[in-house]
Design a protein around this ligand. Structure first.
Ligand SMILES: Cc1cc2nc3c(=O)[nH]c(=O)nc-3n(C[C@H](O)[C@H](O)[C@H](O)COP(=O)(O)OP(=O)(O)OC[C@H]3O[C@@H](n4cnc5c(N)ncnc54)[C@H](O)[C@@H]3O)c2cc1C
Length: 408
């Protein structure tokens, strides 16, 4: 197991500086435009693909870095550039991780390259779990997958919502119910290959923030996919369902609790995105406070302003430490006995919301306009306390983990 360290090594610093350069030179200058257009920034994704940032190889290298700092460092830098564009760049990773975590080697080799495409023809992928009546309550999912044994095909019907890249993705990964009796343990993930009849985009959402990232409903109407599109394969699914049925006999609540902890390991990455946005807003505010003059002196000369900046930086550093700790634990297989993954996401996302609001205050009237980026950063920051589990759900996971009680 790698020792926990708070110091990036030389190689990691090189990668960080390279990513920072891309975020500063390519992402940040494009941020306001794509926020206004509310469209996927395909040219920026293509630029990222050309230099090797938009690829599975890049994320795999960071993911397998035993220090655990690779992914949080990469997320922080890209989201420092701009959250909406960065989510367009890393959103495919959600679907890719779904395949990596559950797929066979053949499925990984077949589908992940089709998720990314190549620098001349970039593609994106979508991970579709949430539904109109199943957001925090994943176990209420209704999208149904039924096996047609005669044809060795799965038939999928339902409506997914809030899917990042939903409908514009080349490959969709869809979570569906295969055994309604088992709650979230009766779910399985399926690949929906490009151009599959019956899979279409529903409503595209007009959002408060991260507007360069496409979010839409995905409608699955009599979608038929070959048996080979069930991630992990039928034999493994049947074994897993048999085990879950056995466990369910011991108490349904345990089955439900497990669902809330499912994303625990991926939550530090979202925390790192929040740290990136918070740091970006803090830097703008610090710069503004040292240059803006009122009453014949820079506004930072007032404790009322300087102390806000002191608090902002302290909270950002504290958030990063929680994220790095959780990420190191996840990579090194240390169990989250105090829900450290959820802690990191909870603290970092709430920090991003708070810090970006303070940044607007420090910039005064300018902070409230689209001439300055902190207004956009504040709108963007609001997503971190919602997706990958709301702040309330993080608190629920932490409280349940600490107490062992089925707190509601
Ligand atoms: C921009 C965006 C992108 C997204 N991308 C994806 C994606 O790519 N794939 C995907 O599958 N999903 C995605 N999501 C969905 C996201 O994960 C859900 O929005 C989130 O899980 C919350 O679900 P909900 O919106 O239905 O809210 P609800 O679950 O209805 O929650 C509403 C409120 O009630 C609170 N609440 C609910 N239950 C409890 C409880 N037990 N205790 C206390 N409070 C509670 C919540 O905290 C929240 O404040 C995305 C969402 C957004 C907005």
């Amino acid at each position: 197991m790698a020792e926990f360290t708070m110091e990036l090594n030389d190689e990691q610093k090189e990668v960080r500086d390279w990513l920072h350069g891309f975020a500063a030179d390519v992402i940040r200058p494009a941020a306001a435009e794509w926020d206004e257009r509310e469209e996927t920034p395909w040219p920026v994704i293509q630029e990222a693909a050309k230099v090797g940032i938009y690829s599975l190889d890049f994320y795999a290298q960071q993911y397998f870095d035993a220090s655990g700092l690779g992914i949080p460092m990469a997320m922080e830098e890209l989201f420092w550039g701009d959250a909406g564009i960065a989510l367009s760049i890393v959103g495919t990773g959600l679907a890719a991780v779904g395949v990596l975590a559950n797929g066979t080697e053949e499925q990984i080799g077949t589908w992940i390259p089709q998720m990314y495409g190549d620098a001349n023809d970039v593609k994106v992928a979508a991970f579709c779990s949430s539904e109109p009546d199943a957001g925090s309550d994943v176990a209420s999912m209704r999208t149904r997958a039924v096996y047609d044994e005669a044809k060795d095909e799965w038939v999928i019907n339902g409506t997914k919502t809030w899917a990042t890249n939903g409908g514009i993705a080349n490959v969709h990964v869809v979570v569906a119910v295969v055994d309604p009796e088992l709650g979230s343990k009766g779910h399985a993930s399926f690949i929906i290959p490009p151009g599959t009849p019956g899979c279409s985009q529903g409503q595209k959402f007009k959002k408060h923030g991260i507007r360069a990232s496409h979010t839409a409903e995905v409608v699955l109407d009599g979608v038929r996919v070959p048996g080979s599109c069930l991630l992990g394969g039928k034999e493994k699914l049947d074994e897993r369902l048999a085990r879950a049925r056995e466990k369910a006999k011991q108490g349904g609540e345990r089955v439900k609790n497990a669902a809330m902890a499912t994303f625990e390991a991926s939550r530090p990455a979202v925390g790192a995105m929040a740290v990136g946005t918070a740091r970006a807003a803090y830097e703008v505010a610090l710069d503004y406070a040292t240059t803006r003059q009122q009453f014949g002196r820079p506004i930072i000369d007032n404790q009322g302003v300087a102390f806000q900046l002191a608090d902002m930086r302290t909270q950002i550093d504290a958030a990063r430490l929680l994220v790095w700790r959780a990420s190191w634990m996840a990579v090194n297989g240390k169990p989250f006995t105090a829900a450290e993954g959820s802690m990191s996401k909870l603290f970092a996302s709430e920090t991003a919301k708070k810090v970006t609001a303070q940044a607007i205050q420090i910039l005064g009237g300018n902070g409230y306009t689209r001439e300055y980026p902190v207004e956009r950063m504040h709108r963007d920051a609001a997503i971190y306390t919602i997706f990958e589990g709301t702040s309330e759900i993080q608190r629920l996971v932490i409280a349940r983990t600490l107490s062992g009680m089925p707190i509601r």
